[in-house]
Design a protein around this ligand. Structure first.
Ligand SMILES: [Mn+2]
Length: 342
């Protein structure tokens, strides 16, 4: 795997050449794509179109409704329900970009298929510990988001090209969501890039309105219920957690993305340094979202005990079993998070 870097001009020339030679670049992002996955993918797609390419985007499955306002969102292909189309795209592509994740295992069969296509593979990502299967990588963890990296990537490769409104709005959506509207994951370059995107015409008002101020009534009721009836405080661990069973999610006509941000509400309580949201997906699977404040890290806890991982202050994991069993397991492991942070 070769690092793409401004300090290595030959690497930039190589990537420019790869893009130059490509007619059908393909962009692939992760399962349960979030604002950064979709924003960075669309941003890169519009940029590649400016270069005269015919890019495609494939994601393993669908994204939350609140992202569908993004320009070009309706052109994204879903591997789980448009398999034939995706196979055709994979067969004709000549260059693949992998965005906002860094291990092919995370996208199951799509990862296997993409891994076996013999075309150059470029990783652009901000999560720690990338796989070595990619040919080239533009990778740093000290940035807010993959969208921030895509901005830099386009800027250093093609400083002469104006990114334009569509690229800017897409990347701005990724920056805003991965930082919780500039609350966490902030780094030195984040505000610079946000400023540049704003200058290039990013539609701040649309991003805020569609992503942050577009709650369905059901979602708000589920949030109210979660905070009022389902929040458990454990002051001895500085921890607050919320458990939601499938029955409860169904009762509030839960849609994908509805519980997004609930864990941050729990984290915002005074004295809480770690918050956890448990959502039951099936009898055999409960999903965990972890958040923490400041120097209190939760990614190692998530990877060690919950088969997951992520960033220092935001991580995810899974448990094979019902939400009740997952809760019991969490309670037995909580002392470990203290030890990891001691
Ligand atoms: Mn991201």
């Amino acid at each position: 795997m070769r690092e793409i870097s401004v300090t290595d001009p030959a690497s930039l020339q190589t990537i420019r050449q790869l893009i130059e030679n490509s007619q059908h670049p393909l962009i692939i992002s992760h399962k349960n794509p979030d604002g950064d996955a979709i924003g960075s993918s669309l941003g890169l797609k519009f940029f590649l179109k400016k270069l005269g390419k015919m890019p495609n985007i494939i994601v393993p499955d669908t994204f939350p409704d609140f992202l569908s306002f993004l320009p070009g969102a309706d052109t994204i292909k879903f591997f789980d329900r448009q398999r034939e189309t995706c196979l055709k795209i994979l067969a004709e592509t000549d260059l693949i970009f992998f965005l906002d994740f860094n291990t092919l295992k995370r996208i199951d069969e799509l990862g296997e298929l993409a891994g076996n296509v013999s075309v150059p593979k470029v990783l652009v990502d901000h999560h720690p510990f990338p796989d070595e299967v990619f040919d080239y990588s533009y990778h740093r963890t000290n940035v807010s988001s993959t969208s921030e990296l895509i901005f830099e990537f386009c800027r250093i490769l093609y400083p002469e090209i104006h990114i334009g409104k569509h690229v800017a709005t897409s990347l701005y959506a990724g920056l805003s969501t991965d930082t919780g509207t500039f609350r966490h994951n902030i780094h030195e370059g984040t505000f610079f890039v946000a400023g540049e995107l704003f200058k290039a015409g990013a539609d701040h008002a649309a991003v805020i309105q569609h992503i942050f101020d577009s709650n369905s009534l059901n979602r708000m009721k589920l949030l109210g219920y979660s905070l009022n009836d389902k929040l458990t405080m454990l002051p001895e661990y500085g921890t607050a957690y919320i458990c939601l069973s499938r029955e409860e999610l169904t009762r509030f006509s839960h849609k994908k993305g509805d519980t997004e941000g609930f864990v941050n509400q729990a984290l915002s309580i005074e004295g809480v340094k770690m918050a956890v949201l448990l959502t039951e997906q099936s009898e055999n699977l409960t999903k965990f979202s972890f958040r923490s404040k400041g120097n209190f890290a939760i990614n190692t806890f998530a990877s060690t005990y919950f088969n997951g991982g992520g960033h220092k202050n935001a991580a995810g994991g899974v448990f094979e079993g019902t939400v009740d069993k997952a809760e019991a397991y969490l309670l037995t492991q909580l002392p470990e998070v203290e030890k990891l942070n001691a």
